[in-house]
Design a protein around this ligand. Structure first.
Ligand code: SAH
Length: 241
């Protein structure tokens, strides 16, 4: 999950006091800088979105020392989590435009729970979040982090996200944090006909384009955005393992 257009060097690790515990004030400062320099300065201005990124403690979901750097980070099971800007960009692209309340009360499906950070951002925005992950260990760890960060209501599912999760459909927004060779049919079916939005990287295992699909009734409008690199979506409508 790298953003190919404006690569930047890794930021310096966040300072630690001598007792080895992360310094909360330093983390809060780093989070503010992340929002200002990596998200707002690059053109994402939705106040609700910026507020959510200011509030969710990313350091609880990924290694605290590198949590606020401008880079993708490794998590367990050989997976990677996107740099903050990509999470913000995808969230912004998925924002339910047809609903008067925007994210508040919207149904969101997060595919590829990973660390749980994207799910936390969606929950902070007020969405009712279902998040699906194929590795039980990752899902479990994400659950612990989500609980600790104050998001106990995210529905965590272990399974093949390329099939979506029909039980909680239709979704106003579906965000897929793993790359697929083409748009999985079940995800289209589970989108809200009233402008449900799907954001997904489509391409090969090594290169993809971020793709946004908007559903209006039985019509689907698809637009291709940034070139990106995500880990593969492994499953029935994804890549073989
Ligand atoms: N959104 C995450 C990052 C996800 S990384 C975060 O905020 O931390 C992509 C994740 O997709 C990995 O954890 C990987 O295991 C998962 N994944 C890959 N294929 C999947 C599938 N078919 N169903 C569910 N999860 C899948």
């Amino acid at each position: 999950m790298r953003w190919l257009r404006r690569p930047r060097a890794a930021s310096a690790p966040t300072a630690r006091p001598t007792d080895g515990a992360p310094d909360q004030a330093a983390l809060a400062d780093a989070r503010e800088r992340m929002v200002a320099q990596q998200i707002e300065a690059r053109g994402l201005r939705d106040p609700e979105l910026l507020r959510a990124f200011r509030r969710v403690p990313r350091d609880r979901f990924v290694a605290a020392d590198f949590a606020y750097g401008d880079q993708a980070l490794p998590i367990e099971e050989g997976q990677t989590i996107s740099q903050p800007f990509i999470v913000a960009y995808m969230t912004d692209a998925a924002r339910p435009r047809a609903r008067a309340d925007g994210w508040r009360g919207a149904r969101a499906l997060d595919i590829g729970t990973g660390s749980g950070y994207q799910a936390a951002i969606l929950a902070e925005l007020g969405a009712r979040v279902t998040s699906i992950e194929r590795y039980p260990e990752l899902s479990h760890a994400a659950g612990v982090a989500l609980e600790a960060a104050g998001f106990p209501d995210v529905a965590l599912i272990v399974g093949d996200g390329s099939l979506g999760y029909a039980e909680n459909a239709p979704y106003d927004a579906i965000i897929v944090a793993a790359a697929a060779p083409s748009v999985p049919e079940p995800l289209l079916e589970q989108l809200n006909p009233d402008e449900g939005r799907l954001v997904i990287p489509i391409g090969t295992r090594s290169h993809q384009q971020l793709t946004v699909v908007v559903r209006r009734g039985d019509e689907f409008h698809s637009r291709t955005r940034e070139p990106v690199v995500f880990v593969p979506l492994v499953g029935t409508h994804g890549f073989p393992s």
